[in-house]
Design a protein around this ligand. Structure first.
Ligand code: ADP
Ligand code: MG
Length: 600
């Protein structure tokens, strides 16, 4: 943020045409929420510590924003509505290091052009307040008014002179929800400021101001806020901090992932990619993390003057940002606690944001994957369980807390493995756990082409359409690094003569056909294709729910599980185990948490 002292001493002036022309122009005001965003931005730029927002009739009837910022002197107020009138930049160089939220001097002019807008403001040095009203672009003479130091802006009859605009709006409820999102963005961007939003007569959102941590319940709801883990760190001059959800909590859309750059909410494809990439293999497909990623960098390292509504930015060094975001996610994955984790459930906490986007957030059917596996149980094969030697992972991916050593106790009806560990009683889904172990194994193999191949005595013949077969030679090396030996066997046939020497090996003709199609599916980015391929092979080679495992095999599985990164979720993002802590068990049977030895 620009130094507040600077902002207070700068006076409003018309921008030099050279500077005005260099500003990415465009329509700023597309809906009521945009008015709210611009007015809050102005209040924050004016150093406000308390802001009240009110909206009625979807924000079309009225929007009010009151602040206790430094206000404007009457001469400045006369200029505030003029296009390209700003107190925030003067010179061309200023555009390369913008520290304020506003800088174009366009917002008030654009708002006043399409509404009946009144600004009442009082500067600290002024004896009284002044009020100026504009009706669809024409300015009325200023009048004196009464109010404390600060500024109030009232916008009425929005788009009253451009009725065509109204047709593009989402209805009262949808526009109110969008207004609330603008307010949430502001609460996250300026957590120290006390911000209240009233919709109609009701207080819809209120933040008393504090640290970022204090505003999480207001933004995410109490339930989801509890599932967020903090992170912070720096790469070069880029500093990141915020909160992200653990892999066991997720949403059906990206509405609740807030990315901020120097306090400005943005939507940036590269940052989004970095987040998706780091969570890949840890979340079910179609589910997304939520939280706040705040990136702070020197203003010179980012160009905010690229998008008409300032919604996107351009990074001077995107690679560094990508790396920093990756690390942030890994920090969260690495710090997620293991103790007391219940049967991982998608997050159902409803915050106000959900109202406008409810359709997309249906809870995941928990357990559906297991029943699906169970319905596919085949006759147990005679192939021995082949598990690689246990060795600690040193790769960059962290493990989600450490389970510590686990001791096998037994298997319940050929299904769940019961074990004991530092965290308590561990109930393991052997298929999901083995799947995750093999997935990590295959991912490692992809990196160093090291997955062992088991030759098949009788090769699998896989019928396939000729249009696909012609592309298969392109992916033969990739298949080989996954431990799959495939060659073209006629124009509509593939031959598979080797499968990964991992797990129980339920690789069939269908597995190979799906694998080849997944790897050739150009619709998905490369990284997604590799993830799918590894997840598919892992699923088809893992032990099945229903396979009997002897104690030695159970222990082998547990040893590998304990050292597998992020083992608490399978490659599809579903939980692999349930941990019942001592405390949980004591509560369940009504025993005190601590008791003298003799009472036991
Ligand atoms: P910008 O924010 O890009 O400078 P605006 O049209 O939003 O352009 O505002 C024009 C100018 O009016 C600002 O530069 C600022 O000096 C003044 N201003 C607007 N809103 C306020 C406010 N709430 N408090 C104090 N000054 C304000
Ligand atoms: Mg502004």
């Amino acid at each position: 943020m620009k130094d507040m002292m600077d902002a207070m001493t700068e006076r409003i002036h018309l921008l030099d045409p050279v500077v005005a022309d260099a500003i990415a122009a465009g329509e700023v005001i597309e809906r009521p929420a945009a008015v709210v965003k611009e007015l809050i931005d102005n209040a924050l730029d004016a150093g406000a510590t308390r802001i009240t927002v009110r909206a009625r009739g979807g924000g079309i009837a009225a929007i009010e924003v009151h602040d206790n910022g430094h206000g404007m002197v009457p001469e400045d107020l006369a200029l505030a509505f003029a296009r390209h009138a700003t107190s925030k930049v003067s010179h061309l160089e200023d555009l390369t290091a913008i520290r304020t939220r506003g800088f174009r001097g366009e917002a008030l002019a654009s708002i006043a052009a399409v509404s009946e807008c009144t600004i009442t403001t009082r500067h600290a040095d002024a004896a009284a307040a002044t009020s100026v009203r504009a009706r669809f672009g024409s300015l009325l003479p200023p009048v004196s008014a009464g109010r404390d130091v600060g500024t109030s802006v009232t916008v009425e009859n929005l788009f009253g002179n451009t009725p065509a605009r109204l047709r593009f709006l989402k209805g009262e409820r949808g526009e109110h929800a969008a207004v609330l999102r603008s307010v949430m963005d502001a609460i996250i961007a300026a957590p120290g400021c006390s911000i209240q939003c009233e919709i109609g007569e009701k207080v819809a959102l209120s933040s008393r101001g504090g640290e970022l941590h204090d505003v999480l319940p207001a933004i995410f709801g109490r339930g989801d806020a509890a599932k967020l883990l903090p992170f912070s760190g720096s790469v070069d001059s880029i500093h990141l901090h915020g909160y992200l959800s653990t892999p066991l909590a997720h949403h059906g859309n990206r509405m609740h992932l807030f990315v901020l750059v120097n306090g400005r909410r943005i939507q940036n494809a590269m940052v989004q990619h970095a987040i998706d990439d780091a969570y890949r293999g840890y979340l079910p497909s179609g589910r997304y993390p939520f939280g706040i990623v705040a990136i702070d960098c020197p203003p010179e390292a980012v160009d905010v003057n690229v998008h008409p509504t300032k919604r996107d930015v351009r990074f001077v060094e995107p690679g560094t940002i990508h790396r920093a975001v990756h690390r942030a996610v890994w920090q969260v994955l690495g710090s997620a606690p293991v103790e007391g984790l219940g049967p991982g459930s998608p997050s159902n906490g409803r915050s106000l944001l959900d109202d406008a986007h409810a359709a997309d957030n249906s809870p995941l059917q928990s357990g559906s994957f297991l029943s699906e596996s169970a319905s596919h149980i085949e006759r147990s094969t005679s192939v021995q369980l082949v598990l690689p030697e246990a060795e600690p992972r040193t790769g960059p991916r962290p493990s989600m807390g450490s389970l510590g050593p686990l001791r096998a106790i037994g298997q319940v009806r050929n299904t769940w493995i019961v074990a004991e560990g530092d965290a308590g009683i561990v109930l393991l889904d052997p298929h999901a756990a083995h799947e995750k172990i093999l997935y990590e194994e295959l991912r490692r193999g992809l990196a160093d082409a090291a997955v062992p191949v088991q030759s098949l005595l009788v090769p699998l013949l896989v019928p396939m359409d000729p249009a696909t077969v012609v592309h298969v030679p392109d992916i033969v090396p990739l298949l080989m690094s996954l431990g799959v030996a495939v060659d073209v066997f006629g124009e509509d046939m593939l031959r598979c003569s080797g499968v990964p020497a991992l797990g129980r090996g339920h690789v069939t003709e269908d597995t190979i056909a799906t694998l080849v199609r997944d790897l050739l599916d150009r619709v998905n980015p490369q990284e997604e294709r590799l993830h799918r391929a590894a997840a598919l092979l892992a699923c088809h080679t893992a032990v099945r729910l229903g396979d009997a495992l002897d104690l030695r095999e159970q222990q082998q599985l547990l040893d590998l599980f304990a050292i597998t990164p992020e083992a608490l979720t399978c490659p599809h993002g579903r939980p692999t185990c349930r941990i019942i802590s001592d405390g949980e068990m004591r509560r369940a049977v009504g025993r005190p948490l601590r008791e003298p030895l003799e009472a036991r």
